[in-house]
Ligand binder design. Structure first.
Ligand code: G
Ligand code: G
Ligand code: MN
Ligand code: NA
Length: 256
């Protein structure tokens, strides 16, 4: 409850910051995208991770104004990197969208205004939605996703493989990207079955013409296995942790 009041105040007070984690092309190793990850610079508690406040923001509906700030800030940052000429390989900025946000009827208009205010090319924005979202209220979600797609952006399914949903949603919803959950990448170098599962998802992506991103790459062996599968992009601590804006700028200047 205390957190709710503080959260409300923090949104007005702009106590949040975005960190950015590179998404790399696994063959060449260059940065082709990044994911924005929010942190709360709490005046007394220090820097809070999203797990500590996103659930509260969702329950209270504060995720709507917070999400709007995240979206605008991520779009503006991408435009700044493009203007500086250091985002030539970086095709897309990925922003996480929570269930509550996506269900909000005003959300597509919010995204349109973030794009317009920043001047970001919609093709350079990716929205990440969680798989479990696609299970309930299919008509509403389909309408929302269709409106978002009509803006020209891309949609990614985050944490792919962890939900209990059926694969049929891949045909129903206008999805462009699957992000293989890190739990599948973890240990794939020692567990052949897990590697086979990852390969299966990569092949699924190939046949359905979906871009695949493997998340949570921590070890060189995992990267090597994924490179051999061709196609997938990668993200994980092996390449970079989520970085503060200045550190991400420096990384973009010097290259991976
Ligand atoms: O580092 P990490 O602790 O950054 O993120 C933890 C979780 O919080 C992830 O599931 C991630 O999707 C979620 N998350 C991070 N940033 C955002 C954000 O900007 N919006 C929403 N809705 N979720 C986020
Ligand atoms: O749910 P989502 O995929 O949006 O969350 C991304 C989360 O994964 C963030 O908390 C981010 O910090 C974390 N993350 C990114 N790379 C790695 C990694 O290589 N290993 C682990 N364990 N977590 C990672
Ligand atoms: Mn994500
Ligand atoms: Na994920």
């Amino acid at each position: 409850l205390e957190l709710t009041g503080e959260l409300q105040h923090a949104i007005g007070d702009e106590q949040f910051e975005l960190h950015f984690q590179p998404i790399v092309e696994l063959q060449a190793g260059n940065i082709v995208g990044c994911e924005a990850l929010v942190r709360w610079g709490h005046p007394r508690r220090g820097r809070l991770a999203p797990d500590e406040f996103i659930p509260v923001a969702e329950d209270t509906g504060l995720i709507v104004p917070l999400g709007a700030w995240i979206l605008r800030t991520a779009c503006m940052q991408m435009v700044r990197w493009q203007a500086a000429g250091i985002a030539d390989d970086m095709r897309s900025m990925s922003v996480n969208v929570s269930t509550r946000q996506l269900r909000d009827p005003g959300f597509p208009a919010e995204v349109r205004s973030a794009l317009a205010a920043s001047g970001l090319d919609p093709a350079c924005l990716t929205l990440e939605i969680t798989e479990s979202l696609l299970v309930d209220d299919r008509m509403l979600i389909l309408q929302q996703l269709s409106q978002l797609k009509a803006l020209g952006l891309r949609l990614a399914v985050d944490d792919f493989g962890t939900g209990y949903s059926v694969l049929s949603y891949l045909q129903q919803f206008p999805i462009d990207i699957l992000k293989i959950d890190k739990s599948f990448v973890a240990g794939m170098e020692i567990a052949p079955d897990r590697a086979k599962l990852v390969r299966g998802i990569v092949e699924l992506g190939e046949s359905l013409n979906l871009q695949i991103v493997a998340e949570g790459i921590e070890r060189a062996e995992q990267a090597a296995q994924l490179r051999a599968m061709r196609g997938p992009l990668g993200q994980g601590f092996l390449y970079s942790r989520p970085l503060e804006p200045d550190a991400m700028t420096a990384l973009l200047r010097r290259g991976m």
